[in-house]
Design a protein around this ligand. Structure first.
Ligand SMILES: Nc1ncnc2c1ncn2[C@@H]1O[C@H](COP(=O)(O)OP(=O)(O)OP(=O)(O)O)[C@@H](O)[C@H]1O
Ligand SMILES: [Mg+2]
Length: 352
């Protein structure tokens, strides 16, 4: 098996040498060493190691914790901190860089070995977890877009095919109705009833089709679609739903507008089902390069447990939809005062 490559950051040459010997005896290969944080950051790219042992106290402008924080931004390499004594403040700072372990100096061979092996194992597990998270995220986003495409197609077919046939049927009914011989009152009434029934079916077809894919979104854009949806919500539930928007000049692609629209729909459904609210405020604003949708109700307020519950699939769906456009959804609640769902989507830039 290939030897694990370890990089040492230690500003005491004797201690560095001592550590190097111990590591060699333990079967690791020390592929690099630096006396300062800056030097370590310069050297890492040329031959990235499997693990870094970083002294917390280093001479120079950067201590080990600063160096670890910098490295973490660019590389995915596990770091173990080495320290002679551990004061609370540096430990708190160190924790923020999510190190894989701590070693107390002077170096003890067995202790070193256990810490390194456990860190490498934990790192492998983390990697697998991250990879599977990426896989599931990609799958979820793929399924989501397939579902949208399918809904759009079904909506179009229902609207065009069924809608047109029903309109033709309605015309035929009135054609017959107009040609009925006089005195045929029963037939005349029957034809009238048929015609109203066809009207009702046409309305239902329109409703189903627009629930599947709101045509207004494609024809008039996101702002109009949000206004329309809020209006329908208000009419159906008798809960005032105000929409404010600071821009009509939204140059937003189809995927992002359907994402925001679906998040809005899910937020409204949750309000009807759970909030017991008497008012809803919606804002759609552009701030710099981001589009922000905020849906705020004055209901009972979602709890932290409900937000983080792995079975809260609606909430997870909101988050995943936002992430699939490179954005973020923030969900918060205050007991007795209401719930806020805020979605921030970048208008430009990379998509995941
Ligand atoms: N606006 C809200 N006000 C108060 N509680 C809420 C609100 N939205 C969600 N919740 C709470 O959070 C829980 C999780 O919401 P989520 O949308 O994930 O699931 P759900 O609505 O119960 O089911 P579904 O999977 O059909 O959406 C809800 O069951 C409810 O208890
Ligand atoms: Mg829900």
């Amino acid at each position: 098996m290939e030897k694990m490559k370890i990089f040492i950051v230690e500003d005491e040459p004797i201690e560095a040498l001592d550590l190097k010997h111990i590591l060699g005896r333990l079967g690791y290969s020390v592929t690099g060493a630096a006396m300062s944080g800056e030097e370590c950051i310069r050297q890492i790219p040329s031959d990235p190691p499997d693990l870094i042992i970083m002294d917390i106290r280093l001479r120079g402008d950067m201590d080990g914790i600063d160096a670890a924080a910098e490295l973490r931004k660019k590389y995915d390499i596990p770091i173990i901190f080495a320290t002679a004594f551990s004061d609370k403040t540096s430990l708190t700072r160190a924790k923020l860089t999510e190190p894989y372990g701590y070693i107390i100096k002077p170096y003890d061979e067995r202790n070193l070995y256990t810490t390194i092996e456990m860190s490498l194992d934990k790192y492998r597990i983390d990697r697998r977890l991250k990879e599977s998270e990426i896989k599931y995220r990609n799958l979820s986003s793929h399924l989501q877009s397939l579902r949208e495409a399918e809904r759009t197609q079904i909506a179009r077919e229902i609207h065009d095919e069924l809608g047109q046939s029903l309109t033709a049927l309605k015309m035929d009914i009135s054609w017959i109705k107009n040609r009925l011989p006089s005195g045929q009152n029963d037939l005349f009434e029957k034809m009238g009833a048929m015609s109203s029934l066809v009207d009702t079916i046409i309305d239902t077809v329109r409703r189903i089709s627009s629930e599947l894919r709101p045509g207004i979104l494609d024809d008039l854009g996101l702002h109009a679609a949000i206004e329309w949806c809020a209006d329908e919500f208000q009419k159906r539930n008798r809960i005032p739903c105000r929409v404010s928007c600071n821009t009509d000049d939204l140059d937003i692609d189809e995927m992002k507008s359907i994402t925001i629209y679906r998040i809005f729909q899910e937020s409204l459904t949750n309000i009807i089902r759970h909030a017991h609210a008497t008012e809803v405020a919606v804002s759609l604003v552009r701030e710099g390069d981001a589009l922000i949708l905020t849906v705020q109700d004055n209901g009972r307020g979602i709890s932290e447990e409900e937000i983080n519950d792995p079975s809260s699939l609606g909430i997870i769906g909101i988050r995943e939809r936002a992430l699939s456009c490179g954005g973020t959804a923030f969900i918060s609640g205050v007991t007795g005062r209401g719930t806020t769902v805020k979605t921030v989507i970048p208008l430009e830039g990379s998509e995941q």
